[in-house]
Design a binder for this molecule. Structure first.
Ligand code: GLC
Ligand code: CA
Length: 564
């Protein structure tokens, strides 16, 4: 059954059955970007022993699952998203023994490790690609996607790389082009080749045997690509491959899987995560991210923040996956700007707005993901020159945009807002040099605000952002209404305030949040006015929802009431 409509109809039918409860519904996931988390040996690059040394920190925050961005052997063209050996660790990060120790130390504390599965492409230094390049007769030739040049000698078609320029590079050795939807050093694997799929499944099982708790799957919506038809995402066999993967690897294990799917729609999310689909636990959808991008210039030119639009996108996903499938909840990751800089007010109301954003996100239905440093309110980095940036995407785009006539100042302005390095500066542990990240010079500059924004300071302040996150994570464990309650939005067209409710078994949780740096009056609908227990707030507790409220700048709170 490959027809999208049939698949969707079947998924919707399944949705009439009650949801099966899973451990990861109640879990909170923390993403670690290993290069920038903690450098234990002082070479300026974060490492696995560094992560292990911070497990108690993560445990005290309440984290259940740690997703590691790639730690495999890699020439680091794209910071590890270019893998040259799937079954070894990058030497700058440590050894397999270090990894096994991390898994067992995490398990001792009741936490699981989720690995980043990057199988759309490999590094050009992967032995499969080295063989493949040798020419059309090589047994590994079809592990990748090779095509003859167009009649004029140019690329076979007009597919583009996400990092700029054509997705095809000519290899002089055979006179053919290979496909790379990312950098020239990230050749795309050919998923149509069953031998490729078999190798990947074998590798996944090898990691599963080592005791990992799941996979985050990099650009997984690309693996069904059909390049000759210029189809990149949502190819006709995408879901067949995922079902096959599920059957042949993790299907019988109780793990968490989350697909990175920039193309996901509420309909396709049901295919990925619907019960009895046997694909993934959930996907990352990016509609709330991309709706803020410029139609022409994408993220390099941002649009004014539109709360009504944001509410409608988030709400659409809440409603679409309310009875079947499952949502992931996130503001940031290693590819996105810092949440407080993007959606809050990092200069005027950093603590209030960071807590407000956390409240809104964590009390929706889905599994929340925290990106490292978000829990201490880390902000975008104020780099002033292109030399301070390290990210391949930013460097490529800089070159292309300057060639196209953009001024360097304009480019830096866009990069300051949206470049990936905003999320990749070292984790700020303390006011010590380099934010306590390393004793050596870090591979990328530390954000200069580390003396005031750091974990040590946050952990000792009872009213900190960190303690607010900790409370939200604990509330999720105590109140099933946060995990399973039915979502309903209110005041959809209110330009400044986000109001929603969650209802389950005679309880109703109402969440009210002001997205502005000023006082905002709000008139609550009659149904919501009632006394209750304030579960969390970022100012004084509010225990009565009255008709007329005046919300303080970035004020947010949640009130739990009995409705029966
Ligand atoms: C994903 C990753 C990103 C990486 C790209 C190519 O989008 O999150 O960091 O550059 O895939 O692997
Ligand atoms: Ca190191």
């Amino acid at each position: 059954m490959n027809d999208f409509q049939d698949q969707l109809a079947a998924a919707i039918k399944q949705a009439e059955l009650p949801i099966e409860r899973k451990w990861w519904h109640t879990a909170t996931v923390y993403q670690v970007y290993p290069r920038s988390f903690c450098d234990l040996n002082g070479d300026g690059v974060g490492d696995i022993p560094g992560i292990t040394s911070k497990l108690d920190y993560l445990k005290s925050l309440g984290i259940d699952v740690i997703w590691l961005s790639p730690i495999y052997k890699s020439p680091m063209d794209d910071n590890g998203y270019d893998i040259s050996d799937y079954q070894d660790i990058a030497p700058e990060f440590g050894t397999l023994a270090d990894f096994d120790r991390l898994v067992s130390e995490a398990r001792n504390r009741g936490m699981g490790i989720v690995l980043d599965l990057v199988v759309n492409h490999t590094s050009d230094e992967h032995p499969w690609f080295l063989e493949s390049r040798k020419g059309p007769g090589n047994p590994f030739r079809d592990f990748y996607i090779w095509r003859k040049p167009a009649p004029d000698g140019g690329p076979p078609n007009s597919l583009k790389s996400s990092f700029g320029g054509p997705a095809w590079t000519l290899d002089p050795l055979s006179g053919e082009y290979y496909l790379h939807l990312f950098s020239t050093r990230q050749p795309d694997l050919n998923w149509e080749n069953p031998a490729v799929r078999a190798e990947i499944y074998k590798m996944m099982n090898w990691w599963l045997e080592r005791g990992i708790a799941g996979f985050r799957m990099d650009v997984i919506d690309y693996i069904g690509k059909q390049v000759d038809r210029e189809i990149v995402h949502d190819g006709p066999h995408l879901h067949d491959y995922l079902q096959e993967m599920n059957r042949r690897t993790f299907g019988n294990r109780d793990i968490l899987t989350v697909g990175e799917t920039w193309s996901a729609t509420p309909g396709s999310a049901l295919l990925y995560s619907g019960r009895n689909r046997h694909e993934l636990s959930m996907v990352f959808q990016f509609e709330h991210v991309t709706q803020q991008w410029d139609e022409m210039f994408g993220k390099w030119r941002s649009k004014p923040f539109d709360l009504v639009k944001l509410k409608s996108v988030l709400g659409k996903w809440q409603y679409a996956l309310s009875d079947d499938g499952w949502n992931s909840l996130f503001w940031g990751n290693h590819d996105l700007p810092r949440a407080v800089s993007k959606y809050g007010d990092a200069t005027g109301y950093p603590a209030e707005s960071a807590k407000m954003l956390a409240t809104v996100l964590h009390l929706m239905k889905g599994t929340p993901f925290i990106y490292q440093g978000e829990e201490i309110g880390m902000t975008n980095v104020p780099f002033t020159t292109i030399e301070q940036y390290r990210d391949i995407e930013t460097l490529n785009m800089h070159r292309l945009h300057i060639e196209a006539g953009l001024s360097p100042e304009e480019f830096i302005k866009g990069a300051n807002e949206n470049a990936r390095d905003n999320a990749r500066t070292p984790m700020q542990w303390s006011a010590a040099p380099y934010g306590g990240f390393s004793t050596g010079v870090p591979w990328i500059e530390v954000n200069p605000n580390y003396p005031t924004i750091n974990a040590e300071r946050e952990m000792t302040d009872e009213k900190s952002i960190w303690n607010h996150y900790r409370k939200l994570i604990a509330l999720r464990k105590r109140h099933p209404v946060i995990v399973y309650g039915i979502y309903q939005s209110w005041l959809d067209s209110h330009p400044d305030v986000f109001v929603y409710s969650r209802t389950l078994d005679g309880e109703r949780l109402v969440v009210v949040a002001n997205f502005r740096a000023r006082e905002v009056p709000v008139e609550l609908p009659g149904e919501l006015r009632m006394p209750g227990e304030c579960l969390i707030s970022n100012y004084e507790p509010v225990d009565r929802l009255d008709e007329n409220l005046t919300l303080k700048p970035y004020e947010a709170f949640a009130v739990l009431a009995r409705t029966l």
